[in-house]
Design a protein around this ligand. Sequence first.
Ligand SMILES: [Zn+2]
Length: 147
Amino acid sequence: MNNGPFTEDELDQLKRLWEQGMLTREIAKALGRSKNSVVGKAHRLGLKARPSPIRGKRVGPPKPRVEKPARVVVRSFFRPRPPKPPTKPVPQPYDGPLVAGVGGRRDVCQWIPGDPMGADTLYCGQTTVRGCYCEYHHSLSVRIVKA
Ligand SMILES: [Zn+2]
C-alpha cells in the first residue's frame, strides 16, 4: 500500500472519483491507498463532504415499526378516592347518676364532676375506657392536658 505523498495524477483521480460519488473504500482501492488517507486527503483538498454510505443505507424504505401496545397509565385523578375514614363519634357526656364510694377503682371512671373536696365525693361512675376515665372524660382530660 502506498503511504507516500499523493502524486498529481492521484489527486486528479481522487477528485474525479470523489465527485462521481465513488465510495472512499473504492477510491482507496483504485489508488492503492488506505481509506483513511483518501478521506484525509479529500478533507484537506476541501472536497465536498458526501453522505456517509452508512447513513445512506438508512435512506431506504423505513423499517416497518412494530406497534407496541400503548402502556396504560392510570393517573391519580382517575383513581377513585379512598373513602374518608368515618368521623369519630364524639363521646357524649354522661348525665346519668353519679356514684359515690368508687374512688381508686380502675374499672369505674374517676372523673369528679362536682366538688372533689366534698364530704361525699361523687364520681362519673361509667365504665373506664382509657386510663381511669370513661371515653368522654378521657377526651376532656386530654384536652385539658394539651391546653
Ligand atoms: Zn366519666
